[in-house]
Design a protein around this ligand. Structure first.
Ligand code: 5GP
Ligand code: ZN
Length: 149
């Protein structure tokens, strides 16, 4: 059995590694966003292309609260260099596109990416929060007064 599967797996891995336009099949099995990409976990999708997916946050904290993610798993912006340049461009374009589709361009919106523990990142698959649809709190940047490292 293994003798049959191993060469097939190696061929797929070799093809993917030699073809930069093919997102690597590196889904992380316990990653909720990889499951959403694979369709094995539900989501309210608003946009999808070859490189990225956008869907509603499960716990929206503004009238509009979407998440834009690369289909390829990387943990955070710290690993941005591991993504093909097409995916990096697609991420930013998708943020603006979904904001436009939600009618946010006129009054404005915020794009946030929490990276690592100081930023309170909770899902370790790179994502951009696109929030708006109402007046947002002025300060989403300063330190947590009760925060300890
Ligand atoms: P972070 O804290 O890492 O910046 O943001 C993670 C976001 O993912 C949170 O806003 C959280 O509500 C959202 N989230 C966590 N699990 C799920 C899920 O299963 N589905 C959706 N749509 N959003 C999720
Ligand atoms: Zn993932």
């Amino acid at each position: 059995m293994m003798r049959r599967i191993l060469p097939l797996y190696c061929a797929v891995a070799l093809f993917a590694s030699q073809n930069p336009s093919t997102p690597l099949p590196k889904a992380v099995t316990d990653c909720i966003f990889c499951k959403i990409v694979a369709g094995t976990a539900p989501s309210r999708k608003v946009y999808e292309d070859k490189y990225v997916l956008a869907f509603w946050d499960i716990r929206p904290r503004a009238k509009v609260h979407l998440l834009v993610i690369p289909k390829q798993h990387v943990a955070s912006l710290s690993e941005l260099d591991e993504l093909p340049v097409e995916t990096r461009a697609a991420l930013l374009s998708a943020c603006v596109r979904v904001a436009k589709d939600q009618g946010l361009l006129e009054n404005g919106f915020r794009v946030i990416s929490n990276n690592g523990k100081d930023a309170n990142q909770s899902v370790f698959h790179l994502h951009f929060h696109v929030v708006g649809g109402e007046k947002l709190r002025e300060d989403a940047i300063s330190k947590d007064p009760a925060g300890k490292r």
